[in-house]
Design a protein around this ligand. Structure first.
Ligand code: NAD
Ligand code: UDP
Length: 355
């Protein structure tokens, strides 16, 4: 029997790509999303791509009743928990909204999971939990600190997961710390569809290229980097999706091992507990390098101007991806070229996103 996975936030940018990868890997999926930052159109496109209808529950993770009903109706092996709000700037002006959605929502989800004895979770964390890193590449033992409510909400959830694992050793909890997800499905049918003017670099560049925005502001050209602009570890969203499949396969192996050990002997084998893992490529690319790659791949000029640094930004951030490779057997395969090609295909086929 195929294992069934509840995918909270599965209608969103990373969730849709991961649903396709999960389906291809043989998992059954149920999407749970309140559509606050996504649409049914995205789910329909995923259904078309996988050639079958998807189970979708429209619900909020803070709504325990609707969540419970999902666990009554389905026998889940585990949960991939994408749902949450993600705009750093908005989190500064609406901290209660962010803590309520991202922290309280996760607590409600964990309580319902415990009630139905589903104790396998993959949580969407972020490289933002590392704050301004003391060394590069950043590995999972780096110290954690955050400067805005969005980042704090990720960090608080990580602390909650750590405490939960300490309190009860039957939980298997993986926090995947994403670096900078970009790109789109190679079909051009699904991709990132920001509601407003994009906050992130890649969607901003692609909207300039397609003529929706006039010019890019590059936030600072005086960083101690290769060309003075910020350096980030951009990772193709389909590689990221495969990282979730690898994490789920790992959880499944561990749970199988725990079950067979407990049948064979009276001693319990240890659970995964709380396991943080970076998902990045290990390579840094500067803002100007990305602009130049996108411009040559799209054949479009990307006008830009240098402006002052954005508050809270750091100079450079890229991952050590050794742990993902050693523990999950996963590594990113796609280059900046594919990231730009796929973003451009999505943007030019869907200049207004899913509308
Ligand atoms: P997204 O906004 O596209 O997807 C999130 C989904 O969650 C949306 O479909 C939204 O409708 C849903 N959602 C939000 N609040 C909900 C709630 N209370 N109940 C049910 N559904 C809810 O974002 P994404 O880029 O796909 O990010 C997915 C996760 O990864 C988020 O938790 C985000 O913080 C994290 N993350 C994203 C990035 C990035 O750059 N995209 C980087 C690091 C971490
Ligand atoms: N950036 C920029 N102009 C923009 C958006 C982002 O110059 O309109 C820069 C930003 O300063 C950072 C890099 O691009 O150096 C990546 O920013 P993004 O918001 O995409 O990701 P994050 O800050 O979360 O790493």
């Amino acid at each position: 029997m195929k294992n069934k996975i509840l995918v909270t936030g599965g209608a969103g940018y990373i969730g849709t790509h991961t649903c396709i990868a999960l389906h291809e890997a043989g998992y059954d999926i149920v999407i749970y999303d309140n559509l606050s930052n996504s649409s049914c159109a995205a789910i329909k496109r995923v259904s078309t791509l996988i050639g079958q209808p998807l189970e979708f529950i429209e619900g909020d993770i803070r709504d325990a009743e609707t969540l419970r009903q999902a666990f009554v109706d389905h026998q889940f092996f585990g949960v991939i928990h994408f749902s949450g709000l993600k705009a750093v700037g908005e989190s500064v002006t609406k901290p209660l909204l962010y803590y309520n959605n991202n922290v309280s929502g996760t607590i409600t989800l964990l309580e319902v999971m415990r009630q139905y004895n589903v104790k396998n979770l993959i949580f969407s964390s972020s490289a933002t939990v590392y704050g301004d890193p003391k060394f590069l590449p950043i590995d999972e033992s780096s110290s954690r600190s955050c400067t805005n409510p969005y980042g704090q909400s990720k960090l608080i959830v990580e602390y909650i997961l750590e405490d939960l694992a300490l309190s009860d050793d039957s939980w298997n909890l993986i926090a995947l710390r994403y670096f900078n997800p970009v790109g789109a499905h190679p079909s051009g049918q699904i991709g990132e569809d920001p509601n407003d003017i994009p906050n992130n670099l890649m969607p901003y560049i692609s909207q300039v290229a397609v003529g929706k925005l006039e010019k890019l502001s590059i936030f600072g050209n005086d960083y101690p980097t290769v060309d003075g602009t910020g350096v980030r570890d951009f990772i193709h969203v389909t590689d990221l999706a495969q990282g979730h499949v690898a994490a789920l396969n790992y959880l499944q192996q561990q749970v199988d091992l725990q079950r067979s050990n407990s049948k064979r002997s009276s001693s319990k084998s240890s659970s995964v507990g709380f396991l943080p893992i970076n998902l990045g490529t290990g390579k840094g690319t500067s803002v100007l390098e990305l602009v130049s790659a996108f411009s040559s791949i799209s054949g479009q000029a990307i006008p830009y101007q240098f402006t002052s640094r954005r508050v809270g930004d750091i100079a450079s951030c890229y991952a050590s991806s050794d742990k993902a490779k050693n523990v999950l057997g996963w590594e990113a395969k796609l280059s900046i070229t594919e990231m730009c090609q796929d973003t451009w295909r999505w943007q030019s086929i869907n200049p207004t996103g899913y509308d």
